[in-house]
Design a protein around this ligand. Structure first.
Ligand SMILES: *Cc1c(COP(=O)(O)O)cnc(C)c1O
Length: 461
């Protein structure tokens, strides 16, 4: 096969390698049975290409590793914290920063601080941990994303946008005093990594503030979102990703952050805001749940790696390669006419299990089955993002039936080469050729919270 278009390649070279285990189909079938048909319960050493998540699975740079040696492991006032604070202020623009062990630590503190029993918290689709912390704090999550986001076949450049009408309808219905804030995730993980436009966040900010409602940004993937704005939104072509990110944050009052995504670290997060009173409360609460406000459950070296990760994340060539690699993988599948969510998102390619296994009803977990089959056939690990992830209705106790029944193949940053992605794409194509034979699953163990992590299944024969 000759080159038909200008190729692109990694803006880095490899300095250290980690061998991976090659296994047989029989071995993997046995391991999948032991894992209760849940890819979260596999041992990582039995996985060949791990596309479970891009969370904390990134390869750090030599610059980050060098920073790890400069960890100031003081209990209080570590210099690595001040460097992190400086970089959050410089690149995200918020005044105050509280580090946490990861994203959900930040969500926990913020939800507990801002939400009262009986409140409503709108958002552009939900994220699993975000919504759970809002509910545990006494809030009810309300989805105000545009309808297009729920249809995996619709092309829309900013499918993560908030439907302003839905947001305003909610304000009118429950009253602004019952809405402490709106959460904006960008790109929207659960919708297939779909971005939010600058125009939309500006409008959300105006509407929310006109009612005294705060805007909280789930900034976990904000750099990816900024790249999409640069590529797709008129007026942003000549701005750097760093400039776009800072402008986006300027329309929000606070952010929660998982450094395990955009920031190339294996652990870490933070919550940041502009309001000094909110900061005081967060700083107070972090001591209870995470650690002192200058380490938040992290070692000094982790703070340093995250601070340096911020600088690398916003470099145009790094984020451009990241998104292009995901697009390369998605396009291989699209060319093979595999049903995936379009447009291709920023961090992952999502198989549409409803169209992949149309003969398996949703309550027999088609996406869960597809993820299991992919591992058995190829050693590639993916995760379910469908009915299992959506959990149960708080009131009726029945499954939530999400419109999207997806399998997510997530690309860790700087870890896999194009050839790994070719192998993974081939595995999906093989499964698609044999799709009629697939059968559903039955759930045999269900945990109370975030069930997708630990639920167990058996095949229906
Ligand atoms: C991963 C993620 C989180 C949660 O972060 P953790 O570090 O895993 O706790 C929140 N929001 C989004 C969009 C994420 O991708």
């Amino acid at each position: 096969m000759g080159l038909t278009k200008r190729p692109f390649a990694e803006p880095y070279k490899i300095k250290v390698v980690e061998p991976v285990k090659m296994t047989t189909r029989e071995y993997r079938l046995e391991k999948m049975r032991e894992a209760g048909y849940n890819t979260f319960l596999l041992r990582s050493e039995d996985v060949y290409i791990d596309l479970l998540t891009d969370s904390g699975t990134n390869a750090m740079s030599d610059y980050q590793w060098a920073g790890m040696m400069l960890g100031d492991e003081a209990y209080a006032g570590s210099k690595n914290f001040y460097y992190l604070e400086e970089n959050v202020q410089k690149f995200y623009g918020y005044k105050f920063v509280v580090p946490t062990h990861q994203g959900r630590g930040a969500e926990h503190l913020l939800s507990k601080t801002l939400i009262k029993q009986g409140d409503y918290v709108p958002g552009n689709m939900y994220f699993t941990t975000t919504r759970l912390h809002q509910e545990l704090a006494g809030g009810t999550f309300v989805d105000v994303i545009i309808d297009e986001a729920h249809d995996p076949t619709v092309w829309h450049p900013f499918k993560g946008n908030v439907d302003l009408q839905k947001f305003e309808d909610l304000i009118k219905k429950v009253g602004p005093s019952k809405i402490p804030y709106i959460t904006i995730g960008a790109p929207v993980n659960m919708a297939g990594g779909q971005p939010v436009s600058m125009e939309n966040i500006r409008a959300v900010n105006n509407l929310a503030h006109s009612y005294g409602i705060k805007v909280v940004f789930d900034a976990t993937r904000g750099v990816e979102n900024s790249y999409f704005i640069q590529q797709r939104e008129p007026g942003y072509q000549n701005k750097s990703v760093a400039e776009i990110l800072k402008e986006f944050c300027s329309y929000t009052d606070a952010c929660t952050m998982s450094g395990k995504k955009d920031l190339y670290v294996n652990i870490g997060g933070f919550v940041a805001c502009n309001d000094p009173d909110l900061f005081e409360e967060l700083r107070n609460l972090v001591v209870v749940y995470e650690g002192l406000h200058t380490y938040g459950g992290l070692a000094g070296r982790d703070l340093e790696a995250m601070a340096r990760g911020i600088e690398e994340a916003v470099k145009d060539e790094n984020i451009a390669f990241r998104v292009k690699q995901v697009e390369y993988f998605g396009n291989l599948l699209l060319e093979a006419e595999i049903p995936i969510v379009v447009p291709i998102g920023g961090h992952a390619v999502f198989l549409d299990a409803k169209r992949f296994y149309p003969h398996i009803p949703q309550n027999e977990f088609p996406a869960q089955r597809l993820a299991a089959d992919l591992y058995i056939e190829s050693g590639v690990r993916a995760m379910e993002r469908g009915i299992v992830s959506a959990g149960r209705n708080k009131i009726t106790g029945d499954h939530n039936y999400p419109k999207l029944e997806l399998v997510r193949l997530t690309i860790p940053r700087r870890v896999y080469t194009q050839s790994h992605l070719d192998v993974a794409a081939w595995a999906v194509m093989e499964l698609y050729r044999n799709r009629e034979k697939a059968k559903g699953l039955r759930m045999v163990f269900e945990p109370k919270y975030l069930r997708f992590f630990q639920a167990r299944f058996e095949p229906i024969e």
